[in-house]
Design a protein around this ligand. Structure first.
Ligand SMILES: Nc1nc2c(ncn2[C@@H]2O[C@H](COP(=O)(O)OP(=O)(O)OP(=O)(O)O)[C@@H](O)[C@H]2O)c(=O)[nH]1
Length: 408
């Protein structure tokens, strides 16, 4: 369903343009030219991300196809050459996602960002905060139409409770005036914990207070809408807020994650609170693949890359509660804030597990081993790394496939 788009359009040239634009963007169009044809397709399957529908078709000239698709719970974008206000309002009242004026062949390209947004919306969970059940219901219906998951809270205090319980909310849409904790105070409280890349906020209010927009924005909201709002404006602001959130997250990951293994990189490591603000002893290990150059030379770099990914996944499994970073090449650093004994035992088991495992990569049976230097102490991080590196060197010199722990 992720990529399938139903297209109902009787103009052959327009159908061709839609087909070409959708395919270019990675979607799979299913093309039909009438309600009758569309119904045949829908008899077989209703598994579509969305339907793009011409408003006026030979066997239904007044948007009848819209009701056919909506009755089957399919999300709808309408293409229409009729741009009068009455038609526009009638189309929007039918709970469609959007309508696109058919004023030029290029109008089709404006559909692609809407589809891309729909596809990514299942990664987002929205908390709607309003003391009015009717307002919450209306917002829920607008948001669910866009494949967003919605939960509700009746006031600012309840919203904070919900956010603390559910740790995957990415957007809060909050009213201003509520009996327990108003919207602005809620945003201020949220911004103490959540950075803009973690959580976006849109404020709403029916109040005529002129300074309310500024109050919300200064408190840290991404946007503000005056109630009652029109559906199109709401969706435009919702999309731009979610696009901003996605871009921020993407940037964050590009800056802090290793592109190949998806573990954290050096930059992230040195900014982490376990590195910067931690008081007391910490355990640190530097782990390096043995004879990795030979592995690359024998099987090729693509296999070497897969071994690095495999190792990174294994490290995450053994140390879900530690900070694991790829320091470069085939070297990883693990920083652990708890018991030295547990850390050491897990590293021993990991070393053994890697040596005992045969990987099958592109038909090749691959074995590899790792060497590790381990230290513990409350010295600064650079000192710990220097000492761990010395232990790692000893592990390599002593024959590899082993760990050397610094003697106290
Ligand atoms: N496939 C792949 N290879 C990498 C990557 N980064 C570094 N390497 C290779 O890792 C190898 C490291 O080689 P060396 O530093 O000689 O170390 P080694 O062969 O593992 O030998 P010892 O560490 O002494 O056991 C080099 O061949 C690099 O090209 C990467 O992202 N992918």
């Amino acid at each position: 369903m992720d990529n399938k788009i139903l297209v109902v359009e009787d103009s052959r040239p327009f159908r061709r343009i839609i087909e070409s634009e959708l395919r270019k963007a990675g979607y799979t169009p299913v093309l039909t030219d009438s309600i009758a044809e569309a119904e045949k397709v829908l008899d077989e399957s209703t598994d579509f991300l969305c339907a793009i529908l011409d408003y006026c078709l030979p066997d239904g000239q007044d948007g009848e196809i819209i009701d056919v698709c909506l009755s089957m719970d399919i999300k709808v974008i309408v293409l229409t050459a009729l741009m009068d206000d009455l038609t526009r309002e009638r189309v929007l009242a039918k709970t469609v996602i959007d309508y696109i004026p058919k004023d030029s062949p290029t109008c089709i390209s404006s559909i692609i960002p809407i589809l891309n947004r729909l596809k990514r919306n299942n990664e987002h969970k929205v908390l709607v905060v309003d003391d009015s059940a009717t307002a919450r219901r209306y917002l829920r219906s607008l948001l669910e139409r866009q494949y967003l998951t919605v939960i509700e809270a009746r006031n600012g205090d309840e919203a904070l409770e919900v956010i603390n319980k559910e740790n995957d909310i990415t957007l809060v849409i909050t009213d201003y005036s509520m009996p327990e904790r108003d919207g602005v105070s809620l945003v201020k409280e949220l911004r103490k914990t959540f950075q803009p890349r973690q959580l976006a906020v849109i404020g709403l209010s029916a109040s005529d207070e002129a300074s309310l927009t500024a109050k919300f924005l200064k408190a840290g909201a991404n946007d503000f809408l005056k109630k009652p709002f029109n559906q199109e404006e709401f969706y435009c602001r919702l999309h731009s807020t979610l696009n901003f959130l996605d871009s921020e997250r993407q940037l964050y990951h590009l800056a802090n994650q290793d592109y190949l293994t998806k573990t954290w990189n050096r930059r992230y490591f040195f900014e982490h609170h376990l590195v910067k603000n931690f008081k007391g002893p910490r355990c640190l290990a530097l782990l390096d693949i043995d004879y990795f150059k030979v592995l690359n030379d024998t099987y090729g770099h693509h296999i070497g890359d897969l071994v690095l990914i495999e190792l990174a996944n294994t490290l995450q499994q053994y140390f879900p509660d530690a900070l694991v970073a790829r320091f470069g090449g085939e070297e990883f650093c693990i920083l652990y804030g708890n018991s030295e004994d547990i850390f050491y035992r897990r590293l021993q088991a990991l070393t053994q597990d890697i040596a005992d495992t045969e990987l099958t990569l592109f038909g090749n049976a691959i074995r590899y081993t790792v060497s590790t230097g381990v230290v513990n102490g409350d010295a600064n991080i650079h000192e710990l790394i220097r000492r761990a590196d010395k232990c790692l060197y000893q592990a390599k010199s002593a024959g590899r496939n082993q760990m050397v722990q610094e003697s106290n």
